[in-house]
Ligand binder design. Structure first.
Ligand code: FES
Length: 107
């Protein structure tokens, strides 16, 4: 497991979102009521950007075809097996860090 510091310029304010591109990956970062959620910015259905999706509670709805994903788990609504990769966020010394597990490490 490793921790990747999220640069301050990519940490969205409450109610906003950002896209952080690093190590060949694009991360969609959402701030929902003060909690940061990070998912891959690529819809697993057909690859549309999820960062511009409609947010309702902790759910993002893809603008392309309307699939909905839980921002915490990445799972599609009503499914536990299909979804987008979701990442943990840990605050270390006041700075949010992306938690990368072995399987989520960018190559
Ligand atoms: S690309 Fe996201 S629902 Fe189709």
């Amino acid at each position: 497991m490793r921790f990747l510091p999220i640069p301050a310029g990519f940490v969205p304010a409450t109610g906003l979102r950002s896209v952080w591109r690093v190590d060949g990956r694009a991360y969609a970062i959402f701030n929902v009521e003060g909690t940061l959620y990070v998912i891959d910015d690529s819809c697993p259905h057909a690859g549309a950007s999820l960062s511009g999706g409609h947010i309702e509670g902790r759910t993002v709805q893809c603008r392309a075809h309307g699939l909905r994903f839980d921002l915490l788990t990445g799972c599609m609504q009503n499914s536990k097996t299909f979804g987008v990769r979701a990442y943990g966020v840990e605050i270390r010394e006041g700075q949010p860090h992306l938690v990368l597990h072995e399987t989520s490490t960018a190559t």
